[in-house]
Write a protein that binds this ligand. Structure first.
Ligand SMILES: Nc1nc2c(c(=O)[nH]1)N[C@H]1C(S)=C(S)[C@@H](COP(=O)(O)OP(=O)(O)OC[C@H]3O[C@@H](n4cnc5c(=O)[nH]c(N)nc54)[C@H](O)[C@@H]3O)O[C@H]1N2
Ligand SMILES: Nc1nc2c(c(=O)[nH]1)N[C@H]1C(S)=C(S)[C@@H](COP(=O)(O)OP(=O)(O)OC[C@H]3O[C@@H](n4cnc5c(=O)[nH]c(N)nc54)[C@H](O)[C@@H]3O)O[C@H]1N2
Ligand code: SF4
Ligand SMILES: [Mo]
Length: 795
């Protein structure tokens, strides 16, 4: 073994202070000397670090960071250094499986695809394509999303398509659309190198983008450290480093941000010239925030007025500012409303599209940007607007189909509504690719019930026997990262190519090959009777996408596989005007808000109500950014006598989501083997709970149990990481989503994973004996999945 550090202990590695550029530091972890290195990017978060895959005898034997890459300058975090081992887990799915009489049997691809195609055709004939739904991912590749998008929109014509990005960055997309006219992050990671101040709202960067955090830490060690403001109700590793840490009550991001906006306006820390030239809506904002004095903010959010003023004075005086929002905003109460107020802070100070200034409505998953760009989240690809007839016609021309087949009679169906249709019976086939909803959706007992329904035909396309795959009718084994070629785009619009390094195991196929095979077998054709999907390789698919995105805000037309393979990360837009990509968007203060260009028309932030196109046209912002205010609306479904505490959920540094990869990597799993329930010292005292005692949380939707972890959190608040899949016994469930509720933001339709009312119970001796028994059989999700696969495949 050859490792540049023990990244489990030294998460961020040694400091390399920033002077005039971020120094290179090549992190590496190999188990054997590779015969060759293959260019790729890390697929375990949205940071998108450039990575080389070390290969020997058709096996991955390690990874190293790419020194030349603009994102990480060679660095990798613990997941990046270790996650690849999951590719070689001995319980990978290697053949298709079909469920018969309740258990799986091995099948050929011919059998499995025949079954899916026959069922699709029957359902379309009897119930229209509205009976088919597709739920995909933020972890496939661009070429795969675009192909799925063409199939579902131009071939089948179903509106029931969503990505797990709905749970992740739907709010990000909406916040960007509503303020700037189209999705796409305005800033560049280099702005972190240059900025004088950072504002992180609901973003635990130290744990969830470890390499970006190294970049921040290196700035802090350099000559001109930026000021850091963190807004998080927990004392996270990120908050530990803050100059100002604001801990608002869960659910109160909007009043807090309104308080900051109010203060800037009060002090006239406002760029009037910028506002005049480049924005609309300032007066409405001014009047909405006028009541949010520091005293009122303190009353509603619990943040002391003096601390709020301290944060406000940094934002008011800094010559440059980078802000980020992530799940503490996107999955919280008034998600889109709060995210947009962060854009407003930048707009009123005119700190956007300039060196060292910009907003990241941050992405989470490695390829979430592509899900959204390519329309695998149900929207039209290339930020075309389904509400704009001209856009629909343009897209129909690109695909050579009749515009009427492209769903544009209403907004795409978000996953929680797809689930409701499946529950009611109108959705009869659900194809799930690259996501594990039996752990990641809110209110799991209901989700399991729906997925198990006899009249719902469930297809799961995954590399492992996940909790969701176990409930499927057909399971299709897929290639993973490293076993297929494709591109993906990170949170600062940097496009990377990831080359195939090794073959997938057994008969596993890439998602691209599976989707193309489905299109061929379904005989999907264009207007001239030619095959609708005109490509059979990733590179051809990429060329198809280039044609679609040309001239749009996310223009990829200047990129090619060759160009991407020569460099190491190129930002979009990349076209004739910007052959090397454009570092920042909106540098000229001209936004994508024109009626004819924009991706969508305005929505009311409180109700989610859509503003009619005519109204938007009447007040055409015509290239000016839109300042949308948001009134505070106190949260619903909050605490009462039976459920007196507030629950929030999130991540630990060592695991990725439902642990299908990180749970199979010994180093990562050993570092964080079990669920825990984080409570304050005050609440622990009140319930007579000691560190490590087994406790149970109960909500109106279910229960979870695990050991208590005390401290680092506001009194009245409880935190549970959501990584740990369920144990199918009533007394020992561990998935945080047993507790969460099926409600969502009115604009982005992103579920409210970050607040719910719960009750805390210390388990008595009898129950805790029971609990410790089940604890032994924990790590259950992975364990039982391994078991099922082994039994089925006779491994
Ligand atoms: N290690 C690791 N890294 C990851 C991932 C992973 O699973 N593991 N997943 C990736 C993905 S897909 C995503 S989306 C990102 C998510 O990255 P983050 O958003 O940084 O992660 P979370 O832990 O979900 O939530 C962030 C913080 O929100 C806080 N919070 C909760 N409620 C509120 C609230 O009402 N207001 C405010 N201001 N804060 C609140 C929580 O205390 C938490 O610390 O991480 C990416 N990176
Ligand atoms: N309570 C609570 N719930 C949450 C969150 C939270 O903070 N709290 N966060 C939400 C967020 S932000 C997210 S992003 C979601 C994540 O939720 P999920 O999407 O369910 O999480 P993953 O475990 O990443 O699931 C991805 C699946 O895709 C498979 N996979 C990986 N690569 C490939 C591939 O190339 N092809 C195919 N076909 N499959 C592949 C993996 O094996 C895995 O089963 O969870 C959401 N749920
Ligand atoms: S920061 Fe994200 S992209 Fe970079 S190595 Fe870590 S998990 Fe991978
Ligand atoms: Mo996410």
């Amino acid at each position: 073994m050859n490792a540049s550090r023990n990244s489990i202990r030294e998460i961020w590695g040694e400091r390399t202070p920033y002077y005039d550029q971020w120094p290179e530091r090549v992190d590496q972890y190999i188990t054997e000397e590779p015969d060759k290195w293959v260019q790729s990017a890390c697929v375990l978060c949205s940071n998108g670090c450039g990575i080389d895959i070390g290969v020997k005898d058709n096996r991955i034997v390690g990874v190293r960071g790419r020194a030349v890459d603009r994102i990480n300058h060679g660095r990798l975090g613990p997941k990046g250094l270790h996650g690849w081992k999951a590719n070689h887990s001995n319980d990978r799915l290697t053949v298709p499986l079909i469920k018969e009489n309740g258990s799986f049997r091995k099948a050929t691809w011919q059998e499995a695809m025949d079954l899916i195609v026959t069922r699709s055709k029957e359902l379309i004939a009897r119930h229209t394509s509205g009976s088919l739904a597709f739920y995909n991912s933020g972890q496939l590749f661009l070429e795969e999303y675009y192909t799925l998008s063409v199939i579902t929109k131009a071939g089948l014509g179903t509106n029931h398509v969503d990505g797990n990005t709905r749970l992740c960055t739907s709010t990000s997309a909406w916040a960007l659309k509503l303020s700037f006219g189209a999705d796409g992050q305005p800033a560049s990671y280099r702005d972190i190198d240059l900025t004088d101040a950072l504002l992180l709202v609901g973003h635990n960067m130290a744990f969830t983008q470890t390499v970006l955090w190294s970049r921040v830490l290196d700035r802090m060690k350099g000559p001109r450290p930026p000021k850091l403001i963190v807004v998080d109700p927990r004392r996270t590793a990120t908050a530990e480093m803050a100059d100002v840490h604001l801990m608002p009550r869960v659910g109160t991001n909007v009043p807090l941000l309104n308080g900051l906006l109010h203060q800037l306006i009060e002090w006239d820390a406002v760029d009037h010239d910028y506002l005049e030239k480049h924005t609309v809506g300032f007066d409405a904002l001014k009047s909405t925030v006028s009541q949010w004095t520091p005293e009122l903010v303190e009353k509603v959010t619990g943040v002391p007025a003096s601390l709020l003023l301290k944060a406000a004075s940094i934002i008011a005086s800094t010559p440059s500012l980078v802000s980020t929002a992530l799940q503490g905003v996107f999955q919280a109460w008034q998600a889109t409303g709060a995210a947009v107020q962060i854009n407003n802070l930048h707009l009123i100070r005119g700190l956007l599209g300039k060196e060292g200034s910009g907003v990241f409505q941050m992405n989470g998953q490695p390829t979430a940007q592509n899900t959204r760009e390519c329309g695998a989240n149900g929207e039209l690809p290339a930020f075309f607007n389904w509400h704009n007839e001209k856009h629909v016609r343009q897209l129909a021309d690109i695909w050579n189909v009749d515009p009427s087949i492209i769903p544009h009679w209403g907004p795409p169906t978000p996953i929680m509504e797809i689930m409701r249709y499946a529950e009611l019976g109108s959705v009869k086939m659900l194809w799930i690719a690259g996501t594990n909803p039996a752990v990641s959706l809110p209110g799991l007992s209901r989700i399991r019930h729906i997925l198990k329904k006899n009249d719902l035909f469930v297809v799961v396309q995954d590399a492992f026997m996940t909790e969701t795959a176990q409930l499927a009718d057909v399971v299709l084994p897929t290639a993973l990262w490293g076993e297929k070629t494709g591109c993906f785009t990170n949170a600062d619009r940097t496009v990377h190519i990831s080359h195939k390094a090794i073959d997938p195991p057994g008969e596993a196929k890439s998602d691209l090959d599976i989707f193309i095979d489905y299109a061929r077998r379904m005989d999907l054709r264009d207007k001239d009777g030619q095959p609708l999907v005109k490509w059979s390789s990733p590179e051809e698919a990429f060329e198809g996408w280039k044609r679609c995105s040309k001239g749009r805000p996310c223009d990829y037309s200047g990129l090619s596989y060759e160009k991407l393979s020569q460099g190491s990360g190129i930002q979009w837009p990349c076209n004739e005007q910007y052959p090397d990509g454009k570092e920042r968007l909106y540098t000229d203060g001209y936004f994508n808000t024109d009626y004819e260009l924009c991706e969508g028309y305005t929505h009311d932030l409180t109700t989610g109500g859509a503003v009619p196109p005519e109204k938007y046209k009447e007040n055409n912002p015509a290239g000016r950014a839109i300042i949308l205010p948001c009134e505070y609306d106190p949260p619903l479904g909050f605490t009462d006598e039976s459920y007196p505490l507030l629950l929030t959920t999130g991540r630990v540094v060592y695991h990725f989501h439902t642990r299908t990869k990180t749970g199979r990597v010994k180093e990562l799993n050993d570092a964080a083997p079990d669920v825990f329930i984080q409570i304050s010292q005050e609440d622990a005292n009140e319930h007579n709970i000691q560190e490590g005692d087994l406790v149970r949380l109960e909500s109106r939707f279910g229960s979870v149990q695990g050991p208590a972890r005390i401290g680092g959190i506001a009194p009245g608040l409880v935190f549970v990481p959501f990584h740990y899949g369920y144990w199918d016994g009533e007394d020992a469930k561990t998935a945080a989503n047993e507790l969460t509720k099926p409600s969502w933001d009115p604009v982005s339709k992103q579920p409210h994973f970050k607040y719910n009312a719960v009750n805390l119970v210390r388990l008595d001796t009898k129950l805790s004996e029971l609990a410790s028994k089940t604890k032994d059989t924990l790590r259950s999700a992975v364990k039982s999945a391994v078991q099922t696969t082994k039994e089925t495949l006779k491994l």
